[in-house]
Design a protein around this ligand. Structure first.
Ligand code: TXA
Ligand code: MG
Length: 317
């Protein structure tokens, strides 16, 4: 049986005993395990059907703890962690021996994040170990932004889902690291490149790689079972109007379609609001048996729109 509630003491003690607990964060729900316990970490890969070459992010409640565990944040990233933690920023830092090699897929660096979710932050304070947590979806599928999304695939398969309500950011963290003294963005996410550059100046964005040893991302990912199509113009969208298509739009019009088949990501054309609603919209149409195609308007390519477009491209790949 999978417990679903907001009991942080139950969650931290299950984690310390090596069990799997799904945890809410502001970005997406994570599939958590004690990162110092190899067997527990292995079970994350098993339950998600995730290949061992895809490394995990570890989560904790404070930068002091990271230092206590013998890991140091590179100087070039300190302005970012100071500004954006707790928050949707993940940094790659040299790993300490205590972190299981399974977490990092054998890589020398480990991905670390302090999430900005009140329930999970208080839970992490109770954990004297980092919590490894990839998104709590079956490998390759759309990430979960609510406890219900996690329940759909993992009910009965994990010990607990800590229910912290819907995720406020709705898209994964931005991953950064340092190469040859320069800040590199490996995954676009909840903090825009523009906001990162305000802190550290021009950065290198290096996100499209199918090489598993290259941090960042697999080309095909975040993918619903239904056919997803991206449209760049109103005319293109109009060409796809039919009874078995559903629409996810930002500011395009959808005429002659039942309103129940349209999701508008943000009525005020706000990128953050659109990011928050995006995965949930994909899952909604994927679960609707009357729909065959999901037609998605590509976002204006800046701010969080750029991260949404990245996920959209991978959902289609
Ligand atoms: O917002 C998030 O980051 C969410 C929440 C739960 O924190 N987590 C998340 O984890 O998105 P996941 O497993 O779905 O994505 C982790 C990705 C890996 O696929 C890889 O691209 C990158 O982080 N990564 C992790 N460790 C790495 C490492 N040592 N070197 C390079 N890339 C790494
Ligand atoms: Mg994921």
């Amino acid at each position: 049986m999978t417990l679903i509630n907001n009991d942080i003491t139950a969650a931290s003690s299950l984690l310390s005993q090596g069990h799997l607990v799904a945890i809410p964060t502001e970005t997406v729900y994570g599939m958590g395990a004690n990162a110092f316990n190899s067997e527990a970490v292995k079970s994350i890969f098993a339950v998600k059907n995730r290949p061992f070459y895809d490394p995990l992010i570890i989560h904790t409640s404070s930068a002091d703890r990271i230092a206590e565990w013998g890991m140091e944040i590179p100087e070039q990233l300190l302005a970012l962690t100071k500004r954006f933690w707790p928050g949707p920023l993940t940094v790659l830092i040299n790993k300490s021996e205590r972190v299981s090699d399974i977490v990092t897929a054998g890589l020398p660096r480990v991905a670390v994040r302090i999430p900005n979710h009140p329930l999970t932050l208080s839970m992490l304070v109770q954990c004297d170990f980092p919590v490894a947590a990839p998104s709590a979806n079956p490998f390759g599928y759309v990430s979960p932004t609510s406890a219900e999304h996690v329940k759909k695939h993992f009910d009965g398969k994990i010990s607990m889902i800590l229910n912290g309500g819907p995720c406020s950011v709705g898209i994964e963290s931005t991953i950064v690291g340092v190469e040859q003294g320069k800040v590199v963005v490996y995954r676009l996410g909840g903090i825009s490149v523009e906001d990162i550059e305000k802190e550290v100046g021009k950065v290198l964005v290096q996100t499209s790689s199918s090489k598993p040893d290259a941090p960042g991302m697999l080309i095909k990912h975040y993918s619903p079972a239904k056919r997803v199509l991206a449209v760049d113009t109103q005319i293109e969208l109009n060409a796809h109007i039919n009874a078995t298509s559903a629409f996810i739009v930002f500011n395009f019009e959808v005429n002659d379609v039942a309103s129940k088949n349209i999701i508008r990501l943000s009525s005020s054309e706000n990128h953050a609001e659109a990011a928050q609603a995006f995965y949930s919209a994909l899952r909604h149409w994927d679960d609707d048996a009357s729909i065959q195609n999901i037609i998605v308007q590509r976002m204006p390519d800046f701010g969080l729109g750029r991260a949404i477009n990245d996920r959209l491209s991978r959902a289609i790949a």
